[in-house]
Design a protein around this ligand. Sequence first.
Ligand code: FMN
Length: 192
Amino acid sequence: MNVFDAITTRRSVGRVTQETVPREIIERILESAIHAPNHKITEPWRFHVFTGKGRGELAKARAEVARIIAGEEKEDEELIKGRISRERKKAFRAPVVVAVISKAGRDEVETIENYAACSAAVQNMQLAAHSLGLGAMWRTGPVAYHEHMREFFALDDEGDKIVAYLYVGYPDLSETKRRREPVENMTTWREG
Ligand SMILES: Cc1cc2nc3c(=O)[nH]c(=O)nc-3n(C[C@H](O)[C@H](O)[C@H](O)COP(=O)(O)O)c2cc1C
C-alpha cells in the first residue's frame, strides 16, 4: 500500500474482533511509531502495551476511575456498579490496547513539541496497522486522562501527558464513509 492510499483509506475502526494479534505485528506497529519526527530528537514516546489478560490491569485502573468519579458525583449504588462495570469492559474492546505517553520536555515549548511528536507517532501507528490489515481507534476521554490513570502510569511530572489509547485488532465492521470539508475550504494561498 503506498503512503497516499494508506492515508486516504484509513478509517478509525471502533469494532474489532478478539482474534489475537501476533506479537511481531504489534512490534511492527510500535516500530512505525518511533520513526515519527521529533524536535531535538527527544524521543518523547513511551508505550504501555496491554494484551490478553494484561488488559485486566487497564480494566482495573479504569474501573477505579469510574468509582472515584461516581463517588464525587454522589451517584446511587446501582448506578455506580453499572458505571464501573462499563468502564472495566472498555479495556477489552480490542485484543491490543497501546497507551502512548509523552514525556515532559525541559521547558514548556519542548513539552508541547513532545506531545506533537507523539501525535505524529500515533498516526504512524494507525497507518501501519491499516497497511497490515488491522483496524485501530485512537481513544481518550475524561477517564483516560484522569489523575488516577496518571498514577497508574507513574507520571510524576506535570509535563508527562497521556496522548492516546490506541485500540487495535482485526476489523469487525464494514468501512464507513469519511466526512471531511474539502481542503480548499481550509486553505489560504499566499502566492507571489
Ligand atoms: C486526540 C484524539 C482523541 C480521540 N478520542 C476519541 C475517543 O475518545 N473516542 C472516539 O470514538 N474517537 C476518538 N478519536 C477518533 C476520532 O473520533 C476519529 O479520528 C474521527 O471520528 C475521524 O474519523 P477517522 O479517523 O476515520 O478519519 C480521537 C481522535 C483524536 C485525534
